[in-house]
Structures are given as structure tokens and as C-alpha cells.
Design a protein around this ligand. Structure first.
Ligand code: SAH
Ligand code: SF4
Ligand code: F3S
Length: 479
């Protein structure tokens, strides 16, 4: 089975359908396919929950569905092309089956608004990420012969009270959203436009959701946000900085470090992960909480995007190369045995050969366990599209990307080799793709390990002695 995050690597975007029995079924079946980041997969579970309450039944088979929803991503052009092909495919099916309803959800719905519906006539429903509560009403509109749209973004909506139905999962690992939207305005990025303003979810509802997952036998929870470090609860509403809060709000506020501590205390047998950390906001306080709790995984995904301060400035990332390396140094100091991974963009506007070398040298300095590596893809209406020219030729972007990938592969292998000979705790997530006689799971460092199955089950914590590896997998036996 493929990790959701791995799906984003090298832009191999894949849809995933979800299915669950509904005892109160109204007989109408819905097929939901998701693309993009973990947030979108998590949102699809919220969508399923909202629809289930109205009696809809989710199905894994598109053929038997009356309603088809595609939860979409806009992050790179290729992501949108994949979705578009898929929508065209569904549209063909609809010609033979006119009663079928096709809806587009998520970031592309928000970005394109009524375009997919009016100009291209590909879909019947368009719903943005903050309007999912309206879905049952929108379906009714379509039943009544109209097209339906809701792309209103909200400053408050967190779906905090909705307990997502867990679909298509392994019953062991789950995502829990803690913030929505993003206020950072990195110049290359569509997310602030597709997901709206940043807002934090009530910590009580987060802790309750984690407790519920633990009672249902889940063993790992990943807290999700575009920038988890800027989580700040002060009673609800749009994001505010701590020093802009009233004294009263400050006293009762909860920041990310405090939230993580609350979540870690729910159940010592439930592992905690989080994604994504932002170099400009990641505090030592967060690192100290990580060091304090055994059940918080020693792994940080800390995107750097570029190793060059001029490019980082143009990207509006809010930090320099030196600041980033200082954060890395803090990680090493406070959590000596912590794995790190990153996102990197190559060929951003005006990036010179020397600046590209800075990216490589930063990678050499850090030696990431793994990375998600992308060629810059200009997105309509972003600040970079308006301000800068996308002037790095495609073949240069491609060559630079290959250099980055080659370096990462070398580092991944080095990092994996360093684990050979060790005995590591692995949480079993499933049966290996290659052989049903083997199980796979993850170490605290988020490295995948495979080992002979014996009598172990999905959801077990197993001590595995590692005797071999590739750049992507540790190979061992249970001890
Ligand atoms: N909020 C996260 C990133 C979310 S998007 C963060 O700030 O780290 C995931 C990754 O996609 C980004 O980290 C970036 O590396 C990549 N990305 C975003 N916009 C892109 C674009 N226009 N072209 C290429 N890659 C992009
Ligand atoms: Fe996009 Fe930057 Fe926000 Fe990440 S932090 S989602 S890259 S704007
Ligand atoms: Fe894509 Fe939207 Fe996530 S653009 S990466 S699905 S926030």
C-alpha cells in the first residue's frame, strides 16, 4: 500500500475511492475520489460524514454510484491536468447515464469556480473546501434540475464538530486536521487562494477526536495543517498573532506546543505525528515537547524550498538560509535522534546556476532522510505569476531536478544504511505489496520497514532487527 505522502512524490497523483456501510442508507450511492495532499484526504472523510448523516452510502465502485465527487488539487499544473482528464472520463460515462451527478470539490473547484460548470460544462456541482456542510442542499438543487455552486470561503469554518468517518484506511493510522487555510502568501503557492484564511480548530474537539480514535484501536494520529507551528486557539475565528490577543485571550490560549502536549497525553500507546512544520514559526518549545514524550515521533517534515536567501526572499518564505540551518541545529541539539525530510522547488523564477548549487549544498549539509522534489510550476493569479517571469527553461528545470533527486537518493541510502544492525520499534500498517508473507510498518523516523509476517497483526508494535535496506525500505526480522 502506498503512503498518501508518497503519492505526492514525483507528482504521481492518484485518486482513491472510499467506502463504508451506512445503516441508515437512503439508497443513493456516492463515489468520492481524492487527489492532492493529506488535507484533501482528510476533507473527503468530512464530506463522507456529512453525506452519511443524510443517508448517502459511499462506494468504491464508480459504476454503481449515482453521484461522483472528485476532491481536487491545484498545487501544480500537472495535478490539475490529471483531475481534468478524470472529469472528462466521468463526463463520457454520463453521456450514457444522464442521471449521474458529477461534482468537483476542493482546491480546483475553489480556483476555477463556475468555469468547469458554465464554460466547459463538465460538472453539475462545484463546491469549495469551506462549503461542504452545504453539500446535501446542493445535491437537492441538482435533483431539481439546476446546477449548484458554493465556493464561499469562511474565516471560521473548521468542521470541528464533525467526526470524520474513517474510510479506505487501515484502522491504525488517521489524520486529524488542526488548522485550515493559510495566511503565509508564499509567492509560488495557490493554497491561500483555494483554502482561504488560516484558522485554528478548538483544541477540545481535537483531543476528543484523538481519544475517540484511541478507543477505536487506532495507534497513530497525524495532526494536519499547512503550517502547524502557527496553530493558536484563542476562542475561535481568524488567525491572530499572540501579541495581538487581549490579556484574557492570551491566558486561555493554546499554541501548537501546548496542543501537542495535550494530544500526546491522551494515550501513551498512540503515536503522534504532524505535518507541515514551517521554518519561520517552529519554536524550541515545540522541540522540547517532542523530546519529552516517547509517543511523539522523532520526525520533522521541514520544507526549505530553496537553499538560497535571495530566492527565499522572492518566494516570501519569511526566513533565510542561515535561519533555516539554525532551526536544523536546534533540532539536532534538542532531539539528537530526529529524522528530517523536506520539500524543495527547483527552477523558481530567475534562479541562477549558483543559486541552484546553494540548494544542493544545503541538502549536503542536512542530509535529509527523504524529500519531495518539484519543478516550479507557475499558478494563475499567484503573486509570483503577477510579479515575476517564469523564465527557467523546462529542460534546465528538469536537469536541476534530476541533480536534486540524485543527491537525495544518495542521502536516503546513507540514512537507511545507518539503521542496519539496529533493532527498531515498528508500528505495523499493512501487508507488504511484494509478498503476503511480509508485513510493513514505520519506525519513529517515518522509515518504512518490512519483515516476515509470522503471527504479527496490523496495529501491533513490533521490535524489528534491521539487516538490510534500500534507499526507500528497511528490511528486517521481528525479535
Ligand atoms: N504548507 C506547506 C506546503 C504545502 S504545498 C509548506 O509551506 O511547507 C506542498 C509543496 O508543494 C510545497 O512545500 C512546495 O514544495 C510545493 N509547491 C507548492 N506550490 C508549488 C508550485 N507552484 N510549483 C511547484 N511546487 C510547488
Ligand atoms: Fe503555500 Fe506557503 Fe502556505 Fe505552505 S506556507 S501552504 S507553501 S502559502
Ligand atoms: Fe493541493 Fe489544495 Fe492540498 S492545492 S496540495 S489539495 S491544499
Amino acid at each position: 500500500m502506498l503512503d498518501l505522502k508518497e503519492k505526492t512524490i514525483n507528482e504521481e497523483w492518484q485518486g482513491e475511492a472510499l467506502e463504508r456501510e451506512n445503516p441508515n442508507s437512503n439508497g443513493r450511492k456516492v463515489y468520492i475520489e481524492s487527489y492532492g495532499c493529506q488535507m484533501n484526504f482528510s476533507d473527503s472523510e468530512i464530506v463522507a460524514s456529512i453525506l452519511e448523516k443524510e443517508g448517502y452510502q459511499t462506494t468504491r465502485l464508480m459504476e454503481e454510484a449515482e453521484i461522483v465527487f472528485v476532491n481536487t488539487c491545484s498545487i501544480r499544473e500537472k495535478a490539475e491536468q490529471t483531475v481534468r482528464k478524470r472529469l472528462e472520463g466521468f463526463h463520457k460515462v454520463k453521456r450514457k447515464k444522464p442521471e449521474m451527478i458529477i461534482g468537483v470539490l476542493g482546491c480546483m473547484a475553489e480556483r476555477m469556480k463556475t468555469k468547469l460548470l458554465e464554460e466547459e460544462k463538465l460538472v453539475d456541482i462545484v463546491v469549495g473546501p469551506d462549503a461542504y456542510r452545504d453539500l446535501p442542499e446542493l445535491v437537492k438543487e441538482v435533483d431539481g434540475g439546476r446546477k449548484a455552486v458554493n465556493v464561499i470561503l469562511s474565516k471560521e469554518e473548521t468542521y470541528g464538530d464533525i467526526s470524520p468517518v474513517r474510510l479506505g484506511g487501515n484502522g491504525v493510522t488517521a489524520f486529524v486536521s488542526i488548522t485550515r487555510g493559510c495566511d503565509n502568501m508564499c509567492t509560488f503557492c495557490v493554497v491561500p487562494f483555494t483554502r482561504g484564511r488560516e484558522r485554528s480548530r478548538n483544541p477540545e474537539s481535537i483531543v476528543n477526536e484523538v481519544r475517540d480514535l484511541s478507543e477505536k484501536g487506532y495507534k497513530e494520529v497525524t495532526l494536519l495543517g499547512q503550517n502547524v507551528d502557527s496553530y493558536l486557539w484563542y476562542g475561535g475565528g481568524p488567525k491572530k498573532d499572540f501579541d495581538k490577543l487581549t490579556k484574557e485571550e492570551q491566558d486561555s490560549s493554546v499554541n501548537f506546543a501546548q496542543l501537542m502536549e495535550m494530544v500526546a497525553q491522551v494515550d501513551p500507546k498512540v503515536r503522534i505525528r504532524f505535518s507541515t512544520s514551517h521554518p519561520k514559526d517552529m519554536t524550541d518549545e515545540v522541540l522540547h515537547v517532542m523530546a519529552k514524550y516517547d509517543n511523539i515521533c522523532k520526525y520533522i517534515h521541514l520544507p526549505f524550498q530553496s537553499g538560497n536567501s535571495r530566492i527565499l526572499e522572492m518566494m516570501n518564505r519569511g526566513y533565510t538560509r542561515e535561519w533555516y540551518l539554525n532551526r536544523m541545529e536546534a533540532i539536532r541539539r534538542i532531539i539528537p535522534d530526529c529524522a528530517v525530510s523536506a520539500d524543495v522547488i527547483t527552477g523558481f523564477c530567475s534562479e541562477t546556476e549558483e543559486e541552484h548549487q546553494d540548494t544542493l549544498s544545503l541538502m549536503e549539509e542536512v542530509k535529509y532522510h527523504f524529500s519531495y522534489m518539484f519543478k516550479y510550476s507557475e499558478r494563475p493569479n499567484t503573486l509570483a505569476q503577477r510579479k515575476y517571469e517564469d523564465d527557467i527553461p523546462e529542460e534546465v528545470k528538469g536537469r536541476r531536478l534530476n541533480e536534486i533527486i540524485a543527491m537525495q537518493q544518495k542521502h536516503s541510502l546513507e540514512r537507511m544504511k545507518a539503521d542496519v544492525g539496529k533493532t527498531l520499534e515498528v508500528l505495523v500498517e499493512g501487508v507488504s505489496k511484494k509478498s503476503d508473507q511480509e508485513l510493513f510498518g514505520r519506525t519513529t523516523h517515518n522509515s518504512v520497514a518490512v519483515f516476515p509476517r509470522k503471527d504479527y497483526k496490523i496495529g501491533d508494535y513490533v521490535m524489528v532487527k534491521i539487516h538490510d535496506c534500500t534507499s526507500a525500505t528497511l528490511i528486517g526480522t521481528a525479535v
